[in-house]
Design a protein around this ligand. Structure first.
Ligand code: ATP
Length: 139
């Protein structure tokens, strides 16, 4: 028994496959979705998204969006989402450095919120990329 998962952004289709389980960063905490999950619509927070199919686990970074569960499918409309292998760690490091530099200066509230959000995105990308690196090292 599997459930269809489609992850789309305004730019492209990031993921589309039949999977065993989806674990997503819901706004109120981690959500585990198995086939036949009750219909649901929720916002996502920036975080890590995990998908399992057979013995294989896929890790993704997601920066927020919406998740909808229908009886046989999960649709995620993501602000941005990257598979772990597509994350450019150097770019995320640079985004982190920029956000930290901005946060160490004097900022308006709005700029502070923006810089904190950018920092959070970069940390998630680095975490997901690092997790994949470690997993591969273990194999
Ligand atoms: P940056 O400052 O490096 O652009 P950002 O957090 O502002 O990072 P987003 O606005 O979240 O970037 O995303 C813009 C686009 O770039 C999206 O398509 C996203 O998937 C992609 N993207 C952002 N950072 C990375 C990264 N480190 N590796 C791969 N793709 C990335």
């Amino acid at each position: 028994m599997t459930i269809r998962l489609d992850i789309v952004t305004a730019e492209h289709l990031v993921f589309s496959d039949d999977v065993d389980i989806v674990v997503a960063p819901g706004i109120d905490g981690e959500l585990a979705i198995l086939p036949h999950h009750a219909p649901l619509m929720t916002m996502l927070q920036p975080g890590e998204l995990r998908v399992r199919k057979g013995g294989e686990e896929t890790f993704m970074a997601i920066t927020g969006g919406f998740l909808e569960v229908r009886p046989d499918r999960v649709t995620i409309l993501a602000d941005a989402a990257e598979r772990a292998e597509d994350i450019d760690a150097a770019r995320a490091e640079e985004a982190k450095r920029r956000a930290e530099a901005r946060l160490s200066g004097k900022l308006t509230d709005a700029d502070m919120v923006r810089a904190e959000a950018a920092l959070r995105r970069s940390l998630i990308r680095l975490r997901v990329a690092e997790k994949r690196r470690r997993r591969r090292a273990e194999l």
